[in-house]
Design a protein around this ligand. Structure first.
Ligand code: ATP
Ligand code: MG
Length: 460
């Protein structure tokens, strides 16, 4: 705040100084011109008063009096030099009686019938004005009036300068006050946001920011900061939860395997039963292996390189083959899978292994969603130059609030988390693969009757 206040005040001061300098030059010029005009009209008046009724040059005693009165009235310097010469240049009147000869020598105004002004510098630094006014009578020049006046004395009227100084100082104080108040008002919310950021850095998301801000930009800043904090809080909570989920998923089979092995080793179980125990161990190990593979895959997928190996396939045959393969591994009594294929064969350039990965994930999810007995319908169709595969199940559906999260890595639905083991990577993988195959995977619809996921693939 101090930084900005100093900068603004400095700018303000420089601005005011520049304005002050320009205005005082202008004022000086103006007052000089005004003073000069006064001298000119004064000289005209004297010239007019130096002619008597017959039209002759005459300098009576009344002239001195008149000069004194006018001089005071026009605020002219008391020490001005005034003299009158006749047609031949002889001096007939002067005030003061002793004339500064050094100046007289310098005067070069032509002696014609026009008013003339000359600016002189004497004694190297004193500037003076010399005004010459011809005295005319019946169109003839009878003589001249000369007034010598120091320039500085004309500018000495300080009133205007005082006013200017007061104005500039007033403006300076007012400007500083405005800057101070404004910076203080703007600095406070920014400081608050900085403090809130510090608080978040320490892991405390419970920030308090002023809601009642009238400046639009500051309001937007604090508002987006609050939104960002809320999002961060959610992400942090989700991260903790997901990590706990993954750890749990990995720990459970390890615990059960070690328990089973212990039982066999201690001969708590023997013979056929021990064999059965080892069989369970084997399947648990396989599941564990699958999860570790998923995690490794995830690692390589996250770096963005999903390799696809496109070859030409008849999509009907391919889907049928994949469905058949998957079904072999399932308990035929609890899973039914129907495929609905287009009448004509459609050739498509795609990676059969990747497509299998996606469909297996979808089939597994579909099977796991079913409550008693799973029925999966796979519809293949061609639409807008793309292949479209709909996988429909008869599960309980995905709750509204989870629908936008299911493609997040490690996300697992509340209902499924406690029922089926998994890492929550299936859908996010599948979507990445679908994108790599030039298509997409999205949730088509979901209700208590079942869920439909749609996979699209580009044909070539
Ligand atoms: N067909 C479906 N019916 C209902 N819910 C589903 C369906 N498919 C996915 N979901 C929901 O989406 C979540 C994420 O699915 P995803 O396949 O990514 O993870 P997962 O199946 O839980 O674990 P993984 O696939 O890694 O073994 C699931 O936990 C589940 O809640
Ligand atoms: Mg899954």
């Amino acid at each position: 705040m101090r930084y900005w206040t100093t900068r603004y005040v400095l700018t303000l001061c420089i601005g005011l100084i520049v304005i002050g300098i320009i205005s005082s030059f202008w004022l000086r010029y103006n007052t000089t011109q005004k003073g000069l005009n006064s001298i000119k009209s004064f000289s005209e008046e004297i010239a007019a008063s130096s002619i008597d009724q017959e039209g002759n040059l005459s300098v009576g005693p009344y002239l001195s009096r008149m000069i004194d009165i006018r001089q005071r009235f026009l605020h002219l310097d008391r020490n001005l030099t005034l003299f009158i010469t006749d047609r031949e240049g002889r001096l007939i009147y002067s005030k003061p009686s002793v004339l500064p000869l050094e100046i007289l020598k310098e005067i070069t105004i032509p002696m014609d019938d026009k008013q003339g002004v000359q600016e002189l510098t004497i004694r190297s630094d004193i500037k003076i004005f010399v005004v010459k006014q011809p005295i005319q009578s019946n169109g003839q020049v009878m003589g001249n009036v000369f007034i010598v006046h120091p320039v500085r004395e004309l500018v000495r009227s300080t009133e205007e300068f005082q006013l200017l100084a007061i104005m500039l100082i007033g403006l300076g104080i007012l400007g500083w006050l405005i800057i101070y108040l404004l910076t203080r008002k703007l600095a406070k919310p920014i400081k608050d946001v900085a403090e809130a950021a510090n608080q978040i850095l320490k892991g405390d998301y419970d920030i308090k920011l002023d809601k009642d801000i009238r400046e639009l930009e500051i309001y937007e800043l604090t508002n987006s900061f609050k939104e960002m904090t809320e999002r961060l809080r959610q992400l942090e909570a989700m991260r903790t939860e997901l990590l706990a989920g993954v750890t749990h998923e990995l720990k459970t089979p390890v615990a059960s395997i070690s328990g089973l092995i212990q039982a066999v080793k201690d001969e708590v179980v023997t013979g056929e039963e021990a064999k059965e125990f080892l069989g369970i161990c084997e399947s648990e190990t396989a599941r564990l292996q699958k999860m570790v593979e998923d995690l490794l895959d995830f690692n390589s997928f996250i770096t963005g390189d999903i390799k696809v190996n496109n070859e030409s396939h008849d999509i009907n045959l391919l889907v049928q083959e994949i469905a058949y393969q998957w079904l072999i591994g399932q308990d035929a009594r609890s899973v039914i899978l129907n495929t609905y294929l287009p009448d004509k064969a459609i050739n498509i350039e795609t990676d059969a292994m990747r497509l299998q990965q996606v469909l297996y994930n979808l089939f597994n999810n579909a099977k796991q969603a079913a409550v008693n007995g799973s029925q999966i319908d796979v519809h293949v169709s061609e639409e807008n130059g793309q292949i479209r595969i709909d996988v429909k199940d008869n599960g309980a559906g995905i709750p509204e609030e989870e629908r936008q999260l299911i493609f997040e890595r490690f996300f697992r639905g509340k209902a499924k988390k406690d029922r089926v083991r998994g890492l929550g990577l299936g859908l996010s993988f599948s979507k990445m693969i679908a994108n790599a195959l030039g298509g997409d995977l999205f949730l088509n619809s979901s209700s208590s009757e079942g869920t439909v996921f749609t996979l699209t693939l580009k044909i070539n």
